[in-house]
Write a protein that binds this ligand. Sequence first.
Ligand code: AMP
Ligand code: ZN
Length: 114
Amino acid sequence: MSDCLFCKIISGDIPCEFLYQDDELLAFMDINPQAPFHCLVIPKLHISSLSATTEEHEAVLGKLALAATRICKEQGFDENGYRLVINCGEDGGQTVQHIHMHILAGRSLQWPPG
Ligand code: AMP
Ligand code: ZN
């Protein structure tokens, strides 16, 4: 999608250092971190939001969660824990219309979120 920020990161139009990448996914650090470790995991396929997913996206959604879990393990957050978040839509606080999973770690996170 030509006007999508994350598609521009995927295509290389916006330079970005990747923490992880495979055929289907990319992970990179959030530009405005909300925790000592704040990384985003995205599919290379443009999907606008969680509410746009259907059964055909079952595998990629599973891969997002598994990649995030693997990254947390590699970064040493297994013991203290971490939070995975997908914001969806306006009330969910979604600002980039390309589905992404936030990984927040490295501090004690409050509940409920704001
Ligand atoms: P959300 O509000 O859930 O849609 O999350 C979008 C996230 O993308 C925010 O946490 C932003 O800080 C982050 N973000 C926006 N632009 C960039 C960028 N160029 N590189 C890395 N993260 C970004
Ligand atoms: Zn996109």
